[in-house]
Design a protein around this ligand. Structure first.
Ligand code: ATP
Length: 780
């Protein structure tokens, strides 16, 4: 009989319990098996609740960020602190940390709540929203990006900022994502890029594109605008399109774009920095005899004119470039001679106008030098101050009108062209003439019709501006795509920019953008075209230089001598011709027998006309550098002037001597005539009047004095002495050598020719008879 003991009962109970336990375990493992068979057991509303929670948290986070932005600018207390970069940085780090905490919290909540796996899409959306750059952090991030010296004392912040930057770059959704991700500040890399840029400038193979962000205007700040542009590493531009903050269900649709340029300037960049990064190298290339162009492109009010022209306190690229040109040309010119010529024109409503001498519209025509505006004034400038004055004058003539987008909106495209010519000595002491052309272009702003006025003239201007900019973009497209036909002829602007875009020219484009989210569309457009322009390749051209002189050598000296002799011969031939002409005139006047005022003036005409011609020739040839003989060119201007003065003195002395000779000759002739007269009177008395008429024919030739032939070339004036000795006639030389008042008294009026020929202050060596006899002066 089985005896049931207490221990047995306990064991039984234990067994039963074990049985139950085993059953439960089996049941649990069954359940696990079931769950492993992908049959989730969960409340269907649970997922929705999680999503709702996440979105609410997200919304809170967005709201906090936008509140922080709003509070930041109007509060002067905060602004004061935020002006210091380190404080700003600290604030930014705190914000970052807070956001990171929020994000962790958000993720934890999601993890905790998720019984099943959270969809990856939702996860990434949350992260994306979290790392999208928020405007208040912009400056801090820019500062961080500027270099390690700015982040001393905040290593964790620095790391964090770098991480954020990298993530933000990953998230940028534009098509132009960078191929390689710049990690923080990579000095070596940026130096390498700079070297490439320099090479590009010198080689002229690609258009260099820079972006400049202007500061937020007071008006924009007051309107509560947000910053939609962020510049990192002085190269990358991040553009963010903000969705409507109340439309939080669409917040994940935030769009951003990323662009990389040769350099990008944040709003704090100085004019000098912009100039030295964008244009200084170009100016250097122009001084090497190459052509260069800089043009500012962007929406209306984006800061193009500020960049190009600047203000009196902060002069822009145009002024700084010209200043640099003058300084360098003066330092380098080997003979102190240089020519800086300026022209300034505008293209307004498809007409080209001269800004330095406003008048009728100019016509564009194409010649060997490219497209030129016929009749455009070329001013020779001698100093930067003069250029400033000319620019000021030109700008006063430029068409500007207040529009809703900009109070001083330029309604025309302005092109300033500077041609520099100077001489330098190269390494082998050759004198090299260099000519370079720099074009500085301030384009009118691209605009939406609604952004500006609706008035007829303004909208017509706007349409024309847009049309020419559209033509510019078509040219950019065609150039980028390597098309054969580039539609330059579609607008005056593109015709004028032909050289800069597709010619042998180093070109720089500065795209100006506004930071304001209200200008998002225009900014995106500008950045798009700037990005496209990076791909334009320009032709590589030869430097415009010419070797004028090689170092002295025996052969060159001989050549020089031959050249001088040739020049001398040509001058003598010219003089002889002039002399001949004078004598013909003298003969005519004598033949007229009684000199009338008009005949006197006609006598004087040759010298008076010859002189201005000569003067004009001299001036123009100076510009061309041909007024100097090769010898003088070599010696330099002061030496040349001294030698020319010496020459003038010698010629004056010669002239004096000739005048004396002539006076003597005339006296001899008068004596001779008197003698002849006396003889003829005697013979007339002898043979009667009839005989004279029939036999003793008096001709001019018979009365001509028989002078021994010395073999010298003499003035032929003696041939025209009057045979009629009734009154002593005043010869041409008597007239010209007597002072002008006597001439003036002829008709009591001073003519232009009198004025010119009056004191023989600057005697023309070409007009003096007998000059041909002058022995060639050795050219010192
Ligand atoms: N970098 C800058 N720093 C300070 N102020 C600036 C800067 N850039 C632009 N501004 C200011 O912004 C305003 C508009 O600039 P600006 O006239 O140069 O624009 P714009 O692009 O030439 O416009 P538009 O095409 O209509 O002529 C001006 O008042 C100018 O002083």
């Amino acid at each position: 009989m089985p005896v049931s003991t207490r221990s047995q009962v306990t064991n039984q109970e234990q067994n039963d319990a074990n049985q139950v336990q085993r059953t439960r375990t089996r049941h649990r493992s069954d359940q696990e098996e079931i769950s492993h068979m992908n049959v989730p057991i969960r409340n269907p509303h649970h997922g929705l609740k999680e999503k709702m929670k996440a979105l609410t948290l997200l919304y809170e986070q967005q709201k906090r960020a936008s509140l922080a932005l709003r509070n930041q600018s109007p509060n002067p207390q905060e602004k004061r602190f935020s002006t210091h970069p380190s404080v700003e940085l600290l604030n930014s780090c705190r914000r970052d940390e807070k956001e990171a905490k929020d994000s962790n919290l958000l993720q934890n909540v999601m993890k905790e709540n998720s019984m099943s796996k959270m969809p990856t899409k939702t996860n990434s959306t949350v992260t994306r929203t979290f790392v999208l750059p928020q405007p208040p952090m912009d400056d801090a991030k820019e500062n961080l990006a500027m270099g390690p010296d700015r982040i001393i004392g905040f290593p964790s912040c620095a790391r964090k900022a770098n991480v954020t930057t990298t993530v933000a770059r990953k998230l940028s959704m534009g098509t132009s994502l960078p191929q390689t991700e710049p990690k923080g500040v990579n000095v070596q890399e940026s130096e390498k890029m700079e070297a490439v840029s320099e090479k590009v400038i010198m080689g002229g193979s690609r258009i260099l594109v820079f972006v400049r962000l202007r500061p937020m205007s007071k008006k924009e700040k007051e309107a509560g605008s947000r910053r939609c542009v962020r510049i990192v590493n002085k190269r990358d531009v991040y553009l963010t399109e903000f969705a409507n903050e109340n439309d939080y269900l669409r917040l994940k649709r935030l769009r951003g774009r990323h662009f990389t340029f040769d350099a990008s300037f944040p709003d704090s960049t100085s004019q000098q920095e912009v100039y030295s990064t964008t244009t200084a190298e170009l100016v250097e290339a122009v001084l090497q005899g190459r052509n260069g162009s800089v043009f500012c492109y962007g929406a209306t009010g984006a800061g193009k004119t500020y960049t190009m022209l600047g203000t009196m306190e902060n002069p822009g690229v145009m002024v700084l470039a010209i200043k640099d040109l003058f300084t360098k040309v003066r330092q380098r010119s080997c003979d102190g001679n240089h020519v800086v010529q300026l022209s300034y024109l505008e293209v307004y409503n498809e007409t080209v106008r001269d800004l330095l001498a406003p008048g009728r519209p100019l016509v564009l025509r194409e010649d060997k030098q490219g497209i030129v505006a016929a009749g455009l004034t070329q001013y020779r400038a001698y100093s930067t101050d003069e250029v400033m004055a000319l620019l000021q004058q030109g700008n006063q003539n430029r068409t500007t009108e207040p529009t809703r987008a900009n109070e001083t909106s330029s309604r025309s495209h302005a092109i300033l062209q500077v041609v520099v010519e100077y001489r330098v000595k190269d390494a082998s002491k050759n004198v090299v003439n260099k000519v370079g052309k720099l074009s500085l272009i301030d384009l009118a702003g691209s605009e939406r019709a609604l952004a500006t006025d609706q008035r007829t003239l303004r909208s017509l201007e706007g349409a024309n501006i847009n049309r020419s900019l559209l033509a510019l973009s078509s040219c950019i497209n065609a150039l980028v795509e390597g098309k054969k036909h580039i539609p330059y002829r579609n607008s005056k602007l593109t015709q004028l920019l032909k050289d800069s875009l597709g010619g042998a020219c180093n070109t720089v484009m500065i795209a100006n953008i506004s930071p304001c989210n209200l200008s998002f569309g225009e900014t995106q457009n500008t950045l798009h075209w700037a990005d496209r322009a990076k791909e334009i390749r320009t032709k590589e051209g030869e430097a415009n230089e010419e070797i004028l002189q090689v170092p002295d050598s025996g052969a060159d000296q001989a050549k020089l001598l031959l050249e001088l002799q040739k020049e001398n011969r040509e001058l003598r031939v010219q003089m002889a011709r002039q002399q001949q002409r004078l004598l013909t005139l003298e003969a005519q006047s004598l033949a007229a027998n009684s000199p009338t005022p008009s005949s006197v003036s006609s006598l004087l005409t040759p010298p008076s006309t010859a002189k201005p011609n000569e003067r004009r020739k001299t001036r123009s040839s100076f510009l061309n550098g041909t007024c100097f003989t090769p010898e003088l060119k070599r010696k330099g201007a002061p030496e040349a002037v001294r030698e020319l003065q010496l020459l003038v003195k010698t010629l004056e002395a010669e002239m004096e001597r000739m005048k004396k000779d002539h006076a003597l000759q005339l006296k001899q002739k008068d004596d001779l005539i008197r003698e002849l007269k006396r003889k003829s009177k005697k013979s007339l008395e002898g043979i009667g009047t009839e005989g004279v008429k029939r036999g003793g024919v008096l001709t001019r030739a018979s009365l001509r004095p028989k002078e021994p032939n010395t073999g010298e070339l003499k003035s032929p004036s003696h041939r025209f002495c009057s045979p009629v000795p009734t009154a002593k006639k005043r010869s041409f030389w008597d007239i010209t050598t007597s002072t002008s008042p006597s001439v003036a008294s002829l008709n009591g009026r001073k003519t232009r020719s009198h004025v010119i020929s009056e004191p023989a202050a600057a005697p023309s060596m070409l007009l003096q008879p007998g000059f041909a006899r002058q022995k060639p002066e050795p050219f010192k």
